[in-house]
Design a protein around this ligand. Structure first.
Ligand code: AMP
Length: 199
């Protein structure tokens, strides 16, 4: 299956991505984690991305797209499929992904939108700041990230609804309850067509 996981920061995308990946045997590709690794390793890409990540801003599309294209070119991802977590985040990224998939893996099967209210999300982020100490979990930055989500990423819901791909999942409450709802939604997703060969 080829899936995208949408949802605001703190919606639990990372937690659910790990479970979906294990249950369905597809790699979870998190652009946030890829940036984190590049930043920790001090690579040129990491150095270009760091100030945006620290500020809770989106990394410019061209940097993100190069990184994702490279990752999707790893042939294994087109076989069983993949789950994208935290990508796309802008309409330009979504359109670029549509184009990339047209020439390589084939179209998406579903976009899961984890819906969680703002107060729950802010509470989760502040808990995570204490336990994990992420670069961008300070209160101010968290609020910035939520604003960026509302302005740049939330519009993707109508992009994917228009393609008939959007599946909304109630992401509130404990992870096990969310997982049960995710499973239910995934069970109803039509299985992908097997493509005879890659162009
Ligand atoms: P995440 O772990 O998905 O919340 O991502 C952490 C940070 O990485 C974001 O706040 C952005 O600065 C950056 N980032 C991750 N994915 C993207 C993306 N698709 N487009 C732009 N910036 C991204």
């Amino acid at each position: 299956m080829r899936l995208v996981l949408l949802g605001p920061p703190g919606a639990g995308k990372g937690t659910q991505a790990v479970r979906i990946s294990a249950r369905h045997g597809i790699p979870a590709i998190s652009t946030g984690q890829l940036f984190d690794r590049q930043i920790s390793a001090g690579t040129p890409l990491g150095r270009r991305a760091e100030r945006y990540v620290r500020a809770g801003e989106l990394v410019p599309d061209e940097i993100v797209l190069d990184m994702v294209a490279e990752r999707l070119a790893e042939s294994a991802d087109c076989g069983a499929g993949f789950l994208l977590d935290g990508f796309p985040r802008t309409l330009a990224q979504a359109e670029a992904l549509d184009r990339m998939l047209t020439v390589s893996c084939g179209p998406l099967d579903a976009v899961l939108d984890l819906e969680v209210g703002e107060s729950e999300v802010l509470e989760r982020i502040s808990r995570r700041a204490l336990s994990e100490g992420r670069l961008d979990d300070g209160a101010e930055t968290a609020r910035r990230r939520l604003k960026v989500f509302a302005a740049e990423t939330a519009p993707l819901r109508s992009h994917y609804a228009g393609q008939g791909l959007l599946r909304t999942v109630d992401g509130s409450g404990p992870p096990d309850g969310v997982w049960a709802r995710v499973e239910e939604v995934l069970a109803a997703v039509p299985r992908p067509q097997v493509r005879a060969s890659r162009p």
